[in-house]
Design a binder for this molecule. Structure first.
Ligand code: C2E
Ligand code: CA
Ligand code: CA
Length: 289
């Protein structure tokens, strides 16, 4: 009976929202997922301490000149026996159990460290954007943490750009607005990540002092296939340019997309057409750093 109750509880946890109104049936995959998550949780601290999390960089290109003008830091887990793991295998769990805070700070540090190295080598520094999770936005010490890091590596704050995803914009808007303004006033650049993937995009644009808008990969791919969609992209870009927001188009996979974006007034693209996320060494080679 106890085991059956455990299974029932596992099923219950998969129900989102109202557990009185909705129900779910237990199946074997739920137990496997739980075991898999437990394994990851047993390994994550060691992984962080032993440098198994690796910063990959995906270049951002100036569409007109095909020059690299920035990069996004994306994490990979070089697992000792599972191989190279992409973030979808572990980030959702880390967001649930809070470990994302530690991992993100590690990534920010790696980014600062690389920027310092490029400056030391006498190269014009390239800004690196890092992902900021929902949990960090709630952290009252966020600005201090970032200041400490940029201070330790003595790099201009504007070179560490902060990608904040639209999906965090659901709860407590006023509080969020205050926090984002604090980051902005401290000197950090704010990028609105995944624009077009959520529901509150326009409202947020109106209220939050973002510097850059990143058009979501799926939004771009789904819209560019119809005339109607193309117009939506065009007017999104025109509107952003009008209010002084820069645009980065994510997930650009073919030349036609890049051409169309440029014709609409979007000058920066990130996507497989230009480069996948790559290791630091390869990025430095590509960007001649
Ligand atoms: P994101 O921030 O939207 O990152 C962009 C994702 O799109 C990356 O996936 C990148 O590899 C992928 N991508 C870029 N260009 C193309 C393209 O042309 N075609 C296709 N099909 N995909 C493209 P990745 O690296 O698997 O990361 C997935 C997500 O995991 C990221 O989405 C981000 O939300 C999260 N993530 C990754 N690293 C970190 C991190 O260090 N901290 C946090 N909090 N989240 C992270
Ligand atoms: Ca991002
Ligand atoms: Ca994105």
């Amino acid at each position: 009976v106890r085991i059956i109750c455990d299974y029932a509880n596992m099923a219950k946890k998969t129900v989102k929202g109202n557990t009185i109104k909705y129900y779910a049936f237990y199946d074997e995959s739920m137990r496997k997922k739980l075991i898999c998550d437990k394994n990851i949780e047993n390994e994550m601290y060691t992984a962080l301490d032993t440098g198994q999390f690796v910063m990959f960089l995906q270049p951002k290109y100036d569409i007109k000149t095909s020059k690299i003008i920035g990069a996004e830091a994306l994490v990979r887990w070089q697992h000792p026996y599972k191989g190279l793991l992409t973030p979808d295998k572990f980030i959702p769990l880390f967001e649930k159990n809070g470990f994302i805070v530690k991992l993100d700070e590690y990534m920010w540090e790696r980014a600062c460290c690389s920027i310092r190295k490029w400056i030391d080598n006498g190269n014009p520094p390239i800004p690196v954007s890092v992902n900021v999770s929902r949990l960090h936005i709630g952290d009252p010490n966020l600005v201090e943490t970032l200041d400490r890091m940029t201070g330790r590596y003595n790099i201009p704050k504007k070179l560490l750009e902060l990608e904040i995803t639209e999906t965090i914009f659901y709860d407590n808007q006023e509080e969020l607005l205050k926090k984002l303004n604090k980051l902005k006033n401290a000197g950090y650049k704010l990028l609105m990540d995944d624009f077009g993937s959520g529901y509150s995009s326009l409202n947020m644009l109106k209220n939050v002092p973002f510097d850059v808008l990143k058009i979501d990969r799926n939004f771009l791919n789904e819209t560019l296939i119809t005339d109607r969609g193309k117009k939506i992209i065009l007017h999104t870009i025109t509107m952003s340019n009008d209010i002084g927001l820069n645009i980065v188009a994510e997930g650009v996979e073919i030349q036609e997309q890049a051409d169309y974006l440029l014709s609409c007034g979007c000058c920066v693209a990130q996507g497989y057409y230009y480069s996948k996320p790559i290791r630091l060494n390869d990025f430095e080679h590509l960007a001649c750093l």
